[in-house]
Ligand binder design. Structure first.
Ligand code: SF4
Length: 304
């Protein structure tokens, strides 16, 4: 009886503690709008309570993973990545990293059914905001909601090394936004990657896989005439040949995210996938979601 009472008290205390933490974290972002596309994608718009900067984040069901609910959050106001196929990159210069509370607050606004928090809206959590992003993850982990986390990044060798030393135990999987293997082309379309070593990044991601057992997903947005040839597939094959811990994810370019370049229809993505198969590289295709309400990859920049 005493034991039951003790555990009940402990549970109540934990619940109260958790509710207290939740409301404290929730207060950092004010949600102003929620737009649904009718296919399970919801785009949320709000402002940061601290300095009233606008912010956008997205909740959706992952079409590749039995419909797991994912909350895709921003880690910064603006983005230093300046990718040419991203509205944030083209129109929103980096202003500041978000605090841990501001990141967690976005997740908590739509966390009820969510299983995964993906750092994939505005900002690059590894390049510009590693510590606050990991702090936000720690805060969310303490709520015991059974969440897992994805960080989508163009990659930053030093920060990834630091991740491994300081935060390797956190339940985070990386999605490496690679897209090009020619450094000049990558730097042109993804200027924030200037000076980074592709081999160095691949090696540190492989190290992370060996240390954590968590596979690194390599994102390749297939862009017509830019990275979709037999030659490009061959380079992917060579680059990852004999390397453990990577999976390739192909995606079409979100319509309108790179002016002047048409979006590939599904069969063209599959055709590029066949080139990969010919060089022995397994892949999966990720359908694009949320385009109609500007909630898809590279289109979520908020209005200033
Ligand atoms: S794709 Fe990601 S890293 Fe590149 S500009 Fe957009 S938000 Fe930044």
């Amino acid at each position: 009886m005493w034991l039951n009472y003790q555990s009940l008290s402990a549970r109540t205390a934990l619940l109260k503690f958790s509710q207290g933490r939740r409301s404290e974290m929730k207060g950092k972002v004010k949600t102003l709008s929620r737009i649904r596309n009718g296919e399970g994608v919801e785009k949320l718009g709000g402002i940061l309570v601290g300095d009233k900067k606008p912010i956008v984040w997205v909740a959706y069901r992952d079409p590749c993973d039995s419909g797991r609910k994912v909350v895709s959050v921003a880690s910064a106001v603006g983005c230093a990545g300046r990718c040419k196929f991203c509205l944030s990159g083209r129109t929103r210069p980096f202003v500041r990293p978000l605090t841990a509370g501001e990141i967690a607050s976005q997740a908590l606004a739509c966390i009820e059914e969510a299983r995964v928090v993906n750092f994939a809206c505005e900002g690059d959590a590894v390049c510009s905001n590693l510590d606050n992003s990991c702090r936000a993850i720690k805060m969310l982990c303490r709520l015991n909601l059974g969440l897992t986390f994805i960080i989508t990044t163009t990659g930053h060798q030093e920060n990834l090394k630091r991740f491994l030393q300081k935060y390797g135990e956190l339940p985070i999987r990386f999605y490496w936004s690679l897209n090009f293997l020619n450094p000049g082309t990558r730097e042109y379309f993804m200027p924030g990657t200037k000076g980074s070593s592709l081999v160095g990044l691949r090696n540190i991601f492989e190290e992370i896989y060996r240390a954590t057992g968590r596979v690194v997903t390599v994102s390749w947005v297939v862009m017509a005439g830019l990275n979709d040839s037999v030659y490009d597939a061959g380079r992917i094959g060579q680059f990852f040949n004999g390397r453990a811990g990577f999976e390739i994810k192909l995606m079409a370019l979100e319509p309108g995210s790179l002016p002047g370049i048409e979006t590939h229809p599904e069969e063209d993505i599959e055709r590029f996938g066949q080139f990969l198969t010919q060089v022995g590289v397994p892949f999966r295709v990720r359908k694009i979601v949320g385009g109609r309400i500007k909630a898809g990859c590279g289109t979520t920049a908020p209005l200033n």
